[in-house]
Design a protein. Structure first.
Length: 202
């Protein structure tokens, strides 16, 4: 099997130079980079993701955590996330926080599994983690972007619609049309977005 040492030898450069040229990470002259890329093509060399991870400290993996896989919202979110992550030259790892009442401890498994895989970042779409759990995860783990939820102590990494305002807008619209008696059907009020929409509406 062809190794980076073979590429470096054919290109007439050191292994470190060959590594930097192939990863586009670090200073390499144009001549050396051209020689390395030509040697790599000639030898049909493909860099090992594992070796690259060891040298750069990055895996090229982005974790996506959802509470469940079914349902139109999460299926669409996963599909869009995968498209954008791939366009950025990364790969996606999807896990769920199952929320199985028979296994309350299972909620944390998805997050732990992603962190064990040393993903470079986590797109967090679950509502099953407490503020404390999320704080601990950000302290010891990769970058986290929290979607569709506002966590006060982590507001700088939260991206969410204003669900309270949305509920208020629906109520105002109905009132302006002369309606005065209402019934609501909402998601679980223990879930932030459903609670905020309900609170805005009433």
């Amino acid at each position: 099997m062809t190794t980076i040492r073979d590429v470096a030898k054919l290109a007439g450069v050191g292994v470190g130079t060959a590594s930097r040229a192939l990863s586009s990470n670090g200073s390499v002259s144009e001549a050396a980079k051209t020689a390395v890329l030509q040697a790599a093509r000639k030898l049909n060399f493909t860099p090992s993701p594992t070796a690259r991870s060891l040298s750069t400290g990055k895996t090229g993996l982005i974790g996506v955590l959802v509470p469940q896989f079914d349902g139109e919202y999460f299926a669409t979110a996963i599909s869009v996330a995968e498209r954008e992550i791939r366009a950025a030259g990364r790969h996606m790892v999807v896990m769920s926080a199952s929320g199985d009442a028979a296994m309350p401890w299972s909620d944390s498994l998805g997050m732990e599994s992603l962190m064990e895989r040393r993903v470079d970042g986590i797109l967090h779409l679950s509502t099953r983690h407490t503020e404390r759990e999320l704080l601990l995860a950000t302290e010891k783990g990769p970058h986290i972007a929290i979607v569709n939820r506002m966590v006060r102590s982590l507001s700088d990494v939260c991206y969410s619609a204003d669900h309270y305002a949305a509920g208020r807008m629906v109520a105002d619209h109905l009132l302006m049309r002369g309606h005065r008696k209402f019934a609501t059907i909402s998601g679980p009020l223990a879930v932030d977005d459903a609670y905020e929409r309900h609170r805005g509406f009433i």
